[in-house]
Design a protein around this ligand. Structure first.
Ligand SMILES: NC(=O)C1=CN([C@@H]2O[C@H](COP(=O)(O)OP(=O)(O)OC[C@H]3O[C@@H](n4cnc5c(N)ncnc54)[C@H](OP(=O)(O)O)[C@@H]3O)[C@@H](O)[C@H]2O)C=CC1
Ligand SMILES: CC(=O)C(=O)O
Ligand SMILES: [Mg+2]
Length: 626
């Protein structure tokens, strides 16, 4: 369908000049021309831009895209064409707009004369201007709005500034600010920036996907908004999360922006304050459940493959756990799908634990791990850790699970509660008397690692941290709940209440902590280290399924990035400034695993997977228009 669309455009464009392109957005019109133009086959490599004077992009090259067509041919010059609007439409198209960075020549050839102020600046100066504006805002939410506006105006500038200033801007486009943005999404709403698929679209989900302007989608992040970070049910306003995650796929993992699709499935919300809010953007009723919910989700999953093929990666994000586990189980055998909160989080936390071993000494199997919070993140990590212990120690996963204890909102997960336990908790149920208080659980079981995934701030109290550090020298404390307000403790509290002994990581960013004259850098144990590389790896290998071993490979690859200089600062995760290179390594490791498991379809396998991964990564540097 879209191949025909592209060829039609090129034929029309060449025949009638740039002005004619402006009339070509009606599907009916296009299909008529497509009938006349079946003979022309023109490849589409949307991010490699080269525009001729009639407003048609033409030329070829691999460049920074791994649009499957371009990548699979593996030729330096693959013929293709791409239509780009001229004049004011070009300025209004964020994908191609360069604003005042358009050169005089480009302004002349693309009908921009008079539409811009006379100054011509480079991307660097534009970045400085953006940063100055962003920094001038007092609140992070204002900064978020400014930065997301830029994404809507000038995509390459948005990604360049994000990549070059990732440490400063990640907390704005991602946790913690994205949480507040979701809470107030209706108030700050400007443009949709993703697909909203609601119960009103039942029977027409494929039409929704077909209305999306980009034909070559490779990564979809979808939420139903029921568990947004630790902020609960935010309904349609959860859309901020897929948008933010996909911005990171591009900035950190080098996926082409045009290959990303944020989706929110709206089945209602149980958040009464949103239902009462006149600015709420979603369906104004309680959540649909059961068959009605499942049918819409199923229609969506089927439509994804119909629209984008077998190899489109679907990332489930921030679903409540009663849906998350069963959706993953239901679709993991038929789709290229993973759940970021269960599997991505597991890989990043495992990487942190592996990285901590040189400090704690011993192997993973020598540890006793306590998970405070036994939902998606908690049991996801627990299962992957058990897999790793089993693999390293050549013991069964059942045996490995014995080193793991869970605590949920009712206290320790024990066999006495077995019948009422959710299925994902059952494998870890202990055969001991129930204990409800966290400090008492610690006293009884003496874990060496404590991982918080409760979504409830402040669970690691002074009493809990003091108890946990009372019998060991190197207590490992991960407070993974997001955003910052929901963190089980702050970095400062962790160091203070363990008397500087802890090895600490958090889900949201914390500033370095100085305790008794020594400064510690706080590593961020966030799945943002994993999913961009996972997307890169599955895409470059043409993987058709995601397998747990790919997450183990990703975790091991990430753990290798931690060296002695990091450990000297007790930093278990590298700085995000290094993340693009790290994502390439993770991508190569994931792709390698996909080939090993027979799940890769891109053949022959590239000889140098790392080099190939790097060569495929999107670069936001401006293109020259000819
Ligand atoms: N750092 C990262 O990369 C990631 C962080 N997260 C964060 O983790 C948090 C949880 O997410 P997720 O696992 O998906 O959520 P779930 O709702 O699936 O799990 C939450 C768990 O916490 C338990 N819980 C709630 N209150 C308490 C309490 N006071 N004491 C002990 N346990 C408690 C719940 O108990 P019960 O089962 O009894 O209800 C449940 O088991 C969120 O804040 C999220 O932002 C999530 C993914 C990635
Ligand atoms: C990071 C993430 O995925 C979460 O907090 O849900
Ligand atoms: Mg999440």
């Amino acid at each position: 369908m879209f191949g025909v669309w592209t060829s039609c455009i090129s034929w029309i464009g060449l025949g009638f000049g740039c002005w004619s392109l402006r009339f070509l957005n009606s599907r009916g019109l296009l299909s008529i021309f497509a009938m006349e133009n079946q003979m022309k086959t023109v490849r589409d490599a949307p991010d490699v831009l080269d525009v001729n004077s009639s407003g048609i992009v033409g030329g070829g090259g691999m460049g920074d895209t791994y649009c499957e067509d371009a990548a699979s041919d593996n030729q330096p010059f693959t013929p293709w064409t791409r239509s780009v609007a001229s004049g004011v439409d070009l300025l209004r198209d964020p994908r191609f707009n360069k604003g005042t960075a358009f050169t005089d020549k480009e302004r002349e050839s693309h009908y921009l004369r008079g539409l811009l102020p006379p100054v011509v600046v480079d991307q660097e100066l534009q970045i400085n201007r953006i940063l100055e504006n962003v920094r001038a805002y007092e609140t992070d939410l204002e900064k978020y709005v400014e930065v997301m506006d830029l994404q809507e105006r000038n995509e390459r500038l948005f990604y360049k500034v994000l990549i070059d200033h990732v440490e400063e801007l990640l907390p704005i486009v991602y946790t913690p600010t994205v949480g507040e943005a979701c809470q107030k999404f209706g108030n700050i709403f400007r443009r949709p920036h993703g697909l909203y698929i609601s119960l009103k679209d039942k029977g027409h989900v494929l039409d929704c996907l077909r209305n999306w302007p980009e034909p070559n989608v490779q990564v979809i992040v979808v939420t139903d908004g029921e568990r947004i970070l630790g902020l609960g049910d935010l309904g349609s306003q959860g859309m901020g999360i897929p948008i933010g995650k996909l911005a990171l796929y591009v900035a950190l993992g080098g996926i082409r922006p045009s290959a990303t699709l944020p989706v929110t499935i709206d089945v209602g919300t149980n958040n009464q304050s949103l239902l009462d809010n006149p600015f709420y953007i979603g369906l104004r009723h309680k959540r649909a459940t059961g068959e009605e919910y499942d049918d819409l989700l199923h229609e969506f999953m089927v439509a994804c493959k119909q629209a984008y093929g077998e190899k489109v990666l679907v990332q489930f994000e921030d679903f409540a756990n009663h849906n998350a586990f069963r959706l993953l189980a239901k679709y993991s055998t038929s789709h290229l799908v993973f759940n970021d909160d269960i599997q991505g989080t597991a890989a990043v936390a495992l990487a942190g634990l592996l990285a901590a071993l040189p400090i704690t000494g011993g192997t993973l199997a020598d540890h006793k791990l306590l998970f405070v919070g036994a939902g998606e993140a908690g049991t996801g990590i627990a299962e992957l850790v058990a897999m790793e212990i089993s693999r390293q120690g050549k013991i069964s996963v059942e045996e490995a699970r014995k080193k793991i204890f869970l605590v949920d909102s009712q206290g320790l997960v024990t066999k006495s509660r077995f019948d009422s336990l959710q299925p994902f908790k059952k494998p870890f149920a202990l055969d001991i008397a129930p204990i409800s208080k966290l400090a008492s659980v610690i006293k009884e079981l003496k874990p060496t690692v404590m991982i918080g995934t409760t979504g409830k701030g402040g669970q690691f109290t002074q009493e809990v941290l003091e108890e946990f550090s009372s019998y060991q020298d190197k207590p490992v404390v991960f407070a993974l709940s997001n955003p910052t307000s929901q963190s089980e403790c702050t970095a400062e509290e962790a160091f203070k209440h363990t008397k500087g002994k802890c090895i600490f990581a958090s889900g949201s960013p914390f500033k370095p902590v100085t305790y008794e004259g020594k400064t510690y850098t706080i590593g961020q144990s966030n799945n943002a280290y994993i999913f961009p590389g996972m997307g890169l790896g599955t895409t470059i290998s043409g993987a058709i399924r995601v397998h747990d071993d790919m997450f183990l490979a990703a975790a091991e690859s990430l753990a290798k990035e931690i060296g002695e200089d990091h450990l000297a600062k007790r930093q278990l995760f590298p700085s995000f400034t290094e993340i693009r290179d790290i994502s390439a390594h993770i991508g190569a490791a994931v792709a390698e695993k996909a080939y090993e498991l027979g799940l890769a379809t891109k053949l022959p396998k590239p000889k140098d997977l790392l080099g190939y991964a790097k060569s495929c990564m999107y670069s936001p540097v401006y293109r020259q228009f000819r």
